[in-house]
Design a protein around this ligand. Structure first.
Ligand SMILES: Cc1cc2nc3c(=O)[nH]c(=O)nc-3n(C[C@H](O)[C@H](O)[C@H](O)COP(=O)(O)OP(=O)(O)OC[C@H]3O[C@@H](n4cnc5c(N)ncnc54)[C@H](O)[C@@H]3O)c2cc1C
Length: 448
């Protein structure tokens, strides 16, 4: 059953702000604990080595944060959104990269200065010890994964190839964990410090295993998703209806997405995120996909009855984020999918702006018109090529948005569409001074 949408503004902090506050407070508290652990441990033999070890402690903390950001913790995901969490994961990944370079550099320099030797000699000596060797291997894997995540390298790799390399990071984590807990004295400097690190690692790895393995397995065993129908919406867009058992118990909301794998149809290792294009009704889930590559193109031929392995629901692009009674929903192209679902749940004054090259290309338009009518919402289909004509067609310029929705600053605005359109809308909303807490966007890409 779908959760009841908010008819009025919820009081207090917005869910997004609450999520951020909790996450960053937890990080701040842990940084403080780590500084305390460092300051209360026996001092290192010299300042350079001490700095190297200090970097090592922070390296471990960043690694744990990296895991938590992609652990798909439901509470965080519903408030912050997977797109934002994965984008933070990307940026903390680059911090990890620098720490992985600097930590061993300073440790080697520290030992070299202590024993009047050279960093190379120390490297050779230390690599003979298994825990240090494991640390070095972990560092090597992190450096390769970070290198492949730089945009210019990432663009040359398929999503699946990049993802496989990324999975090697779990091996790096195991190596790093052994390295940390068996080698470095600061981690085991006191029973309290040791207990703290164990607790932190168990929490991070536990969250990851539950969020990414246990929960999806349990949900799929319980719901036993199957394809119920495949309906072409246009030449290159198709809707897939999925049924299953106890779907009323699946905590899915309009605006969320799931990561879908169609078993026995195509490549089992390909899993693709698609939004729910209708509000979940407890009996059926629907996704609507545009063919852009091999997996999305194959959906048109998926046989009815195919078993589906679905992860989720995920995402914060829901009515949970609402702060105002009135709503503006803005969609471009296939970005209509979560917007169509949100319209089904809409309460209060609602306006929908749907950008498409032509009305013929506006998929789900008939449904949208019926829904708008039944819910008393206003629907504007904005067609034409951007920049064409005199004056140029710029439907999302601030003055045009304001003309269509004069009370825009007093609405929650949900935006989903191609990257360039979403950016243009977000710029205009800033220019119109729509408060950031009222602006909610979903991008059809996760940071990688
Ligand atoms: C949160 C979210 C919701 C989405 N909802 C819809 C929707 O409702 N309708 C729709 O048509 N499209 C949606 N997309 C886009 C859709 O996921 C991609 O178009 C699809 O995965 C492309 O896969 P492909 O194999 O056909 O093409 P490919 O050419 O293999 O992939 C094209 C691009 O899609 C992205 N992609 C592919 N696989 C994944 C994956 N497993 N995880 C993340 N990104 C991936 C990558 O950036 C890749 O470069 C959504 C994307 C996201 C992130």
């Amino acid at each position: 059953m779908t959760a009841a949408p908010h008819a009025t503004a919820p009081a207090g902090l917005s869910p997004a702000l609450t999520g951020r506050l909790v996450l960053w407070s937890v990080v701040a508290v842990n940084v403080l604990i780590v500084e305390t652990v460092f300051l209360t441990a026996d001092p290192a033999k010299n300042a350079i080595l001490g700095f190297g070890k200090w970097l090592g402690l922070h390296l471990a903390l960043v690694m744990i944060l990296q895991l938590l950001l992609v652990a798909r913790i439901g509470w965080l995901d519903r408030r912050i959104g997977m797109d934002r969490l994965t984008s933070w994961h990307r940026w903390t990944g680059f911090t990890l990269f620098w720490l992985v370079l600097l930590h061993p550099t300073f440790v080697l320099l520290g030992y070299a200065s202590e024993y009047s030797s050279t960093p190379l000699k120390e490297f050779k000596a230390l690599s003979g010890q298994l825990p240090v060797l494991l640390g070095m291997l972990a560092a090597g894997i992190v450096l390769v994964a970070a290198g492949l995540s730089v945009r210019v390298a990432r663009r040359r790799l398929s999503y699946e190839a990049w993802h496989t390399v990324h999975l090697l990071l779990y091996v790096a984590i195991v190596f790093a964990l052994i390295h940390q807990l068996t080698e470095v004295s600061t981690f085991t400097s006191s029973p309290l410090a040791e207990a703290y690190w164990w607790a932190l690692w168990v929490f991070a790895l536990g969250s990851l295993i539950v969020g990414r393995i246990v929960l999806p397995l349990v949900r799929n065993a319980r719901h036993q998703f199957r394809v119920a129908a495949v309906v072409p919406e246009s030449d290159n867009v198709v809707s897939v209806y999925v049924t299953g058992k106890h779907l009323d118990k699946l905590p899915a909301r309009a605006g969320q997405f799931m990561i879908w794998r169609f078993l026995g149809h195509g490549r089992w290792w390909e899993a693709n995120p698609f939004s729910l294009s209708a509000a979940p009704d407890g009996r059926t889930l629907r996704l609507t996909a545009k063919a852009v590559g091999s997996a999305s193109a194959r959906l048109r031929t998926v046989p009815v009855g195919t078993r589906v392995f679905a992860e989720g629901p995920y995402g914060a692009f829901t009515a949970l984020s609402r702060t105002k009674p009135a709503t503006l929903l803005i969609a471009g192209g296939v970005g209509i999918t979560p917007i169509r679902a949100l319209l089904e749940e809409a309460t209060g004054p609602t306006t929908v702006l749907y950008r498409a090259a032509t009305t013929e290309q506006a998929v789900l338009l008939g449904e949208l018109q019926n829904l708008a009518k039944s819910r008393g919402a206003r629907l504007h289909v904005l067609t034409g090529r951007t920049g064409a004509g005199t004056p140029p067609n710029t439907p999302f310029a601030p003055e045009n948005l304001l003309a269509l929705v004069p009370d825009i600053t007093d609405r929650d605005v949900y935006v989903c569409g191609p990257a360039a359109m979403t950016d243009a809308v977000l710029r205009s909303l800033r220019a119109l001074k729509v408060p950031a807490a009222q602006v909610h966007s979903e991008r059809f890409s996760l940071a990688s």
